[in-house]
Ligand binder design. Structure first.
Ligand SMILES: Nc1ncnc2c1ncn2[C@@H]1O[C@H](COP(=O)(O)OP(=O)(O)OP(=O)(O)O)[C@@H](O)[C@H]1O
Ligand code: SF4
Ligand SMILES: [Mg+2]
Length: 379
């Protein structure tokens, strides 16, 4: 096994899974046994944490994933990094089903796709020094030679802006601040120079004073290492600064997805608009902001989405009409690479795109316009 770490040919397998291709999540559903709610196909109670989700992440693309607590963001992340297996659907990296990878291809996947978790306290072994933490990751990929481990570890720490790197190698997590611990977790995630990084609310547990620096680090690493990234956040201003595209999740579904510039300035979906209305407009360069959602937007946590027949936002939507109760809206592309799931999407200026006027505010108002079929024809 030649450790040609300089040109990122680490293991005996060589080759990149993710050449010019993308990660593709194809119509993925993840059900968990819930102990309550409806009876699933196998005769056991189940609840869908993620339902019929499709999403692509292109090479060097930063994709934000936003949505309130319990909407399925972490579940989707766990399906991408192979911590969990979809109940239905496929996750592909460079066209390959990640659950069909074996041997060298699986090891390459494990090198190419890395995750940074929310809580650096929980993800670092308190008994390990930083050196041991990084060495363990490298050893899992056949890199054990002392000089190689030293060089790669120092390089990763330097990249994570823990300088001088040598001084941090002998530290235990308890000797580091929260921000430094998260930088060690980031160093561990990039030490193998992955292609795709999944970051699940990586700054939300950190002191406000250090968030800005960590977010700038993600931005810089994305540029320098050519990373693709799924960046999960409650904070729309962070996503607007960091990401190229954004997907908005609500109760297990992606309800809107597209370029950050259009989704966050001219949203189609009423839920996206509600999220935006809950957040003050971002100031240029303003990272250190607690963008957590208000109580009203948190209340859907724990809802059993399997019981919902129509649009899952219908109980809170000011634009709802009768059709919204009847069936879940399909995904439709309404702008350049900008999709939404809504019968009455908002146009810039707040007018319904599909009906040519303001949407009905209640089911009765919809009935007066002629019922579900008329609405579907209009759309
Ligand atoms: N292992 C599990 N077993 C049963 N239900 C689960 C499991 N993991 C997640 N869920 C449920 O799936 C739904 C989505 O959870 P998930 O953690 O993905 O949400 P989230 O968007 O990451 O929320 P948060 O913003 O709070 O992190 C929740 O209702 C949760 O209770
Ligand atoms: S208008 Fe209807 S389809 Fe659109 S979000 Fe509201 S309830 Fe759902
Ligand atoms: Mg989560």
């Amino acid at each position: 096994m030649g450790a040609r770490y300089g040109d990122r040919t680490f293991g005996e397998d060589g080759g990149d899974l993710m050449r010019s291709n993308v990660l593709a999540i194809e119509n993925v559903t993840k059900r968990y046994n819930a102990g309550v709610s409806i009876v699933g196909r196998a005769g056991r109670p189940s609840v869908a944490a993620v339902e019929e989700v499709s999403l692509e992440i292109g090479e060097r693309q930063m994709v934000g994933l936003v949505g309130e607590s319990g909407s399925g963001k972490s579940t989707l992340a766990s399906l991408i990094v192979r911590l969990d297996r979809p109940s239905v659907g496929t996750v592909r990296l460079a066209g390959e089903d990640i659950w069909k990878l074996r041997g060298k291809r699986l090891r390459t996947f494990r090198r190419d796709v890395q995750m940074v978790f929310q809580d650096p306290y929980a993800t670092l072994n308190p008994r390990f020094t930083v050196r041991q933490t990084l060495a363990e990751t490298l050893a899992a990929h056949g890199l054990r030679r002392r000089d190689v481990v030293q060089e790669l570890s120092e390089r990763a720490l330097e990249r994570a802006e823990l300088r001088p790197a040598k001084a941090f190698l002998s530290a235990h997590p308890s000797q580091l601040s929260g921000g430094q611990r998260q930088r060690v977790a980031i160093a561990r995630a990039i030490v193998l120079e992955p292609k795709l990084l999944v970051a699940d609310e990586p700054v939300s547990m950190l002191d406000v004073s250090v968030r800005s620096g960590i977010l700038n680090l993600f931005e810089r690493l994305g540029d320098e290492l050519g990373l693709s990234m799924l960046f999960i956040s409650h904070d729309l201003s962070t996503v607007s600064h960091l990401c190229d595209r954004v997907a908005v999740m609500y109760r297990g579904r992606i309800v809107e997805e597209g370029p950050v510039a259009s989704v966050l300035t001219a949203p189609f979906h009423p839920y996206t608009k509600a999220l935006l209305d809950a957040v003050p407009p971002p100031e240029p360069g303003a990272w250190a902001r607690d963008g957590s959602l208000g109580d009203e937007l948190q209340e859907a946590q724990g809802v059993n989405v399997s019981r919902i027949v129509g649009c899952r936002y219908v109980d809170r939507c000011p634009r709802r009409s009768e059709v919204c109760y009847a069936a879940e809206p399909d995904d439709r592309e309404l702008g350049p690479q900008h999709k939404t799931r809504c019968y009455h999407p908002i146009a810039p200026g707040g007018v319904s795109v599909l009906n040519g006027g303001a949407a009905a505010s209640a089911p009765k108002a919809y009935e007066s316009r002629g019922g579900a079929n008329k609405d579907r024809e209009a759309s």
